[in-house]
Design a binder for this molecule. Sequence first.
Ligand code: HEM
Length: 378
Amino acid sequence: MPTASITPPAPERDRARDRLALSRWLLAVAGMIWVMVALGGATRLTGSGLSIMEWAPLSGALPPLSHAEWQRLYDLYRTIPQYALVNQGFGLEGFQRIFWLEWVHRLWGRLLGLAFLLPFLWFWVRGRIPRPLLPRLLLLFVLGGLQGAVGWFMVASGFEADRTAVSPYRLVVHLSLALLLFAAILWTALSLRHPAPPPLDGMPPGRARALRRWVHAGAGLAVLTMLAGGLVAGLKAGLDYNTFPLMDGRLVPEGYAALSPFWRNLVANIAAVQFNHRLLATLTGIAAAGTAWTALAAGLAGPARRAVLAFPAAVALQYALGVATLLLVVPAWLGTLHQAVAVLVLGTALAALHALRGARAPRLAPSGGPEAAAAPVR
Ligand code: HEM
């Protein structure tokens, strides 16, 4: 196994260059995760997710190359309830239509693994990865592999008797791990690129801390909204109550507490799950508005201003997309867009928090200087 001792440690002045190169690589990986989430949404919404009934991490990289192989996969698919209950008799052509998206989704996952592993090994062998960063990168790689396994665990739930879709809970786990990976990789990339927080010019410390609290609240609420959104998607709850803001003429739907014990409503009751998603989204919107108001009123300027204001803008867009998705009864393209923009919301929240690190601690070395380049990656 290669070690950092193969190449002598990079001289001090090269560290900033290494950090930039590492950050570019990780940003590209984060971008690929974003595409992966969008592909996952499209796969789910076009009913393609259960079309490949085998987990073959290596040999599955090749699509079926002969008629016999297509027929074999189609015959396998015909054994599951989704075929009998949803796609009965749609023929080999119909099967091929749903096959490709799932195949591309899995292929993209393999490419993502390579886009992480190969540059990682290259940087490592050349001694360009700061030592404290190594365990984090290794952990991220393991988590990425785990995500593949969780994906299969989720898909396998869709083959069970009487099921025509995957388990909503496994879907939420799969979505959560994707968001966690995206967040960790983006944060690491930002910390490599900007080891020191940007100055919060002209902002009194009290105001800066208040702003940071708003963004924190907004980011936490946005994450909860996303998890609730995963349940809405998993239970296909977007196909009911297609009015806004009322649900069946009421602000809180009548069947909110229909299940017993009560906690089951939070995860298994379509009315409650959809209402909770709307409520959390609205609270996220309020925190985002508070963020924008505080930043503008305090006259936040420079790069921190751009980073902070991008968050409320992304939330506003996502809110509007959510309402449109609901009113139009979840067309696949719009549902996919809503899922993809959720990642944008998370990304902008993290970028805003990253830009506001200076609000919680005294400033470190000036951005880009040698001391900054040697700073630990947080
Ligand atoms: C901050 C605002 C919002 C965020 C971050 C957000 C996030 C999400 C996420 C992550 C999903 C799940 C995607 C998946 O796992 O497949 C989702 C699904 C959904 N959201 Fe939102 N959402 C927001 C606002 C809204 C609003 C305001 C509405 C409607 C009133 C809405 C309606 C829906 C619907 C109907 C689905 C299910 C779509 C499907 O089946 O693909 N969302 N949302």
